[in-house]
Write a protein that binds this ligand. Structure first.
Ligand code: PMP
Length: 432
């Protein structure tokens, strides 16, 4: 690493919490981004197929979004929610229009964590109950409550979680906890929900919170029946359905605005963040009116609905609409999937390719039968890909899943470039 990068690294080590993890054996210092590309301190170009963490949904420094937020930054940057602002209500109106069903009223925050906190808070206020069902392999954020909902031990730092939260099985078919195979399994993972509620809760639920595709969990994608079955059981026990769309929202899964729309279930509350403002801090919780109205008393989010973030978010949604990016994510996502499956035919280390739209995961295993997670290998692969100019994400309980999630502006040519670089990196991994 040359001097500018070295200086950043040294300061990071001295002045930041060491728990702030970075990718790569030699961390990458980034100075600039444009479209699907990132540039490091030496001016080297990287094809960004992780997009922040599925955050830069319309590409780095998109001109239209930048123009909108710069104009807003010159006009009014902050008021807090104690005052009325047009950007906040215009964003809320737009979210009500693009979210499914009766979702109508929004509460704005700064992150996915807070969006999920708010969702649980209003679900409890609405039902007058406390207990929450979450899913194994979930990731929900870093507050005490969000960590307690998270279903991966590595992200639950700080000891035992909060009471009143239980974790049901997610549909991780590649590593089915019941050792069954879809569809012969008859969705035993989903049907187990009822026994879980009857044995591990009081049967009086406030909410069920789930990601339509589990993001940090390694893009775990359930069969189409899974959410229909679990939603019915949850509602039977009085719980409201919270769809955590922090990763799957805003067109990421292709063809639809939100991931849950693929599964035919109507959520009562939906949360989003990440891609919402194309990388600026913004979180939103949108709920059916009677649920939103049930929160009484005082609440405030100082930076929530911030005019600059809200303008950027509205501009991001407008751009996704005007440039047909939902359809692009579907078509290019399908192409990406086909190309990844070609790589699977060629490289034995690829155990499974899964996902939807421009959210595709590649699970790496030491051998395809025993499915032993290729943990060390993925570390080396990430380094090799970076050195070849390709940025990928990583996830999964075992940390052996490549997460691929470029901006929705991604073209087939970008996919071809990424596949070429990934293919080369996988071949180098084998040779090493
Ligand atoms: N929910 C999901 C599904 C996420 O992936 C994340 C972040 N990885 C969060 C919530 C938390 O979001 P944030 O980091 O913005 O608090």
């Amino acid at each position: 690493m040359e001097r500018a990068g070295q200086e950043i690294l040294e300061k990071q080590k001295r002045f930041l919490f060491p728990a702030v993890i970075t990718y790569y054996s030699e961390p990458l210092a980034v100075v600039r981004g444009k479209g699907l590309c990132l540039y490091d301190t030496e001016g080297r170009e990287y094809l960004d197929f992780f997009g922040g963490i599925l955050t830069v949904i319309a590409g780095h420094c998109n001109d239209k979004i930048t123009d909108a937020l710069v104009e807003q930054a010159r006009t009014l940057q902050h008021t807090s929610t104690l005052f009325l602002t047009a950007p906040q209500v215009e964003l809320a109106e737009k979210l009500a229009a693009i979210t499914p069903g009766r979702l109508q009223k929004s509460f704005f925050t700064n992150s996915g964590t807070e969006a999920n906190e708010t969702a649980i808070q209003i679900a409890r206020a609405y039902t007058g109950r406390h207990e929450v069902v979450a899913l194994r392999h979930a990731y929900s954020g870093r507050s005490a409550l969000a960590m307690s909902i998270t279903g991966q031990y590595a992200w639950r730092t700080g000891g035992p979680g909060l009471p009143g939260i239980v974790h049901a099985h997610s549909a991780y078919c590649y590593r089915c906890p019941f050792e069954k195979t879809y569809p012969d399994c008859e969705l035993v993972c989903a049907r187990d929900m009822e026994e879980m509620i009857r044995t591990a809760t009081s049967g009086q639920l406030a909410a069920f919170i789930a990601e339509p595709i589990q993001g940090v969990g390694g893009f775990i994608t359930p069969p189409k029946e899974y959410f229909l079955i679990v939603a019915e059981i949850i509602r039977k026990y009085g719980g409201v359905f919270i769809s955590d769309e922090v990763q799957t929202g805003l067109g990421r899964t292709g063809g639809k605005w939100f991931g849950i729309e693929h599964w035919g279930v109507q959520p009562d509350i939906l949360t989003m963040a990440k891609g919402l403002a194309n990388g600026l801090p913004a979180g939103a919780t949108i709920a059916a009116p009677e649920i939103a109205d049930s929160l009484k008393g005082l609440t405030i989010s100082t930076f929530g609905g911030n005019p600059v973030s809200a303008r950027a978010a509205k501009a991001t949604i407008d751009l996704i609409e005007s440039e047909g990016l939902l359809e692009n994510a579907r078509v290019v996502g399908q192409y990406l999937r086909e190309r990844l499956e070609e790589l699977q035919d060629k490289h034995l280390i690829i155990g499974e390719v899964r996902g939807m739209g421009l959210m595709q995961g590649v699970e790496l295993v030491r051998d395809r039968k025993a499915k032993q997670p290729a943990v060390e290998e993925i570390r080396r692969l990430m380094d090799l890909a970076k050195n070849n100019g390709l940025i990928l994400g990583k996830g999964g309980l075992y940390g052996n899943v490549i997460r691929i999630s470029p901006a929705l502006t991604c073209t087939r040519r970008d996919v071809d470039d990424a596949i070429r670089l990934l293919d080369r990196s996988l071949s180098q991994l084998q040779q090493a």
